[in-house]
Write a protein that binds this ligand. Structure first.
Ligand SMILES: [Zn+2]
Length: 72
């Protein structure tokens, strides 16, 4: 729903990195193609997300807040 502020496993702050991650992903999608796994990996490396616990937080997150908000 909303990206957790911190990684569940190591407690690193990840919420601020998620916005930057989404922005870079959208820049690639504007070129009318999906980002390749290597590009996604490079984006996370650039953001300093080195541990796989933090990477899974970003990768597996589905942003649903905009779809749920009308019903609250
Ligand atoms: Zn972590």
């Amino acid at each position: 729903m909303i990206i957790p502020i911190r990684c569940f496993s190591c407690n690193r702050v990840i919420a601020s990195d998620f916005r930057k991650f989404q922005k870079k992903m959208n820049e690639i999608r504007e070129k009318r193609r999906e980002p390749t796994p290597e590009e996604i990996s490079n984006i996370m490396d650039d953001l300093g997300l080195e541990k796989y616990c933090c990477r899974r937080m970003i990768l597996s997150h589905i942003e649903l807040i905009d779809e749920i908000m009308p019903f609250s």
